[in-house]
Design a protein around this ligand. Structure first.
Ligand SMILES: [Fe+2]
Length: 296
């Protein structure tokens, strides 16, 4: 593929992402921004066959105009504050199962379609249902003042809540054709704290393989100490280190690998590295590391 064609492919992808973004923001279809986007889409769709220099110049001009338009949109949105923000909070009992960000068979051969269907549709779903139930029961308790079962529902809240949140992270921590190494600041922090990426991986592997019974290996950023850490979470509601934010999580419950790997958790853990979506981990780290607490 020529350099020009590569550029056009990137622009087409960018155009699609921007359209999806404007849709998600509910930006009024009559705005200047949408108009420009439509003109641009027409141009992109009109490009067929080999590219000539006029096409390319026109595309570049349109891209620059659109960039300016989108920057203006962001600036205006910041000025009006939360008006355009769509981050809703979830009312008690309203959690839903997030769809997998790829096909059920997309992680093969490292994790089979059968496991993914069972793991996502059955296990994760039951955490969502359990969390909703616990939240509703605790909401009822707040209304009636009857806290006779608060210990039970608090345990359920921790168990199913951790299950739901960790699985939600776990799915996006992976991708087909993942693996490799992280880049940028995350890599630097890993090298600073663990000595090297290999040393980090060895520590993470050992932590995952030696989780007592069921649980998770979790790479966290500690805003308090401003460094990364690797934790083992047994039964995922116990031994939780609060005040940390999961960045990279590995499910080592048997249901995550047993059908395919039997009791050979080690192979599953080793193979799992081929699926890591470091871009996603970097994004999580970027956001999480903006949190700053007073050091003690
Ligand atoms: Fe799981």
């Amino acid at each position: 593929m020529s350099r020009f064609e590569g550029y056009i492919q990137d622009v087409i992808m960018w155009n699609k992402e921007m359209r999806a973004f404007l849709e998600s923001e509910d930006v009024n279809k009559n705005t200047e921004l949408w108009h420009r986007m439509d003109v641009f889409t027409d141009i992109m769709e009109g490009i067929k066959g080999p590219l000539n220099i006029e096409d390319l110049t026109e595309v570049q001009e349109q891209v620059e105009e659109l960039h300016a338009g989108i920057e203006k949109y962001f600036a205006e949105r910041q000025e009006v504050g939360g008006v355009y923000m769509h981050e809703r909070s979830i009312a008690a009992g309203q959690h839903t199962l997030p769809p997998l960000p790829y096909a059920y068979n997309a992680l093969e051969p490292y994790i089979s379609e059968e496991i993914m269907r069972l793991h996502h549709d059955k296990h994760h779903k039951s955490y969502v249902d359990g969390l909703n139930k616990a939240e509703i029961k605790l909401e009822e308790a707040r209304k009636t003042g009857d806290y006779a079962l608060v210990k039970h529902w608090s345990r359920e809240l921790a168990f199913h809540g951790s299950g739901h949140y960790l699985h939600t992270i776990f799915w996006s921590n992976m991708k087909p054709k993942g693996g490799g190494k992280p880049a940028g600041r995350l890599l630097k922090e890993i090298e600073t704290y663990f000595g090297s990426f290999e040393a980090f991986k060895k520590h993470f592997n050992e932590a995952a393989k030696q989780v007592e019974g069921v649980g998770w290996a979790i790479l966290v950023w500690s805003p308090r100490s401003s460094h990364l850490e690797i934790l083992q979470s047994e039964k995922h509601m116990n031994l939780t280190q609060w005040d940390t934010i999961p960045l990279l999580v590995l499910d080592v419950w048997e249901h995550a690998y047993y059908l395919q790997y039997k009791n050979n958790r080690g192979d599953y853990v080793n193979n799992w590295w081929n699926l890591v979506n470091w871009k996603n981990v970097e994004e999580r780290f970027q956001k999480a590391s903006e949190l700053k607490w007073k050091p003690y």
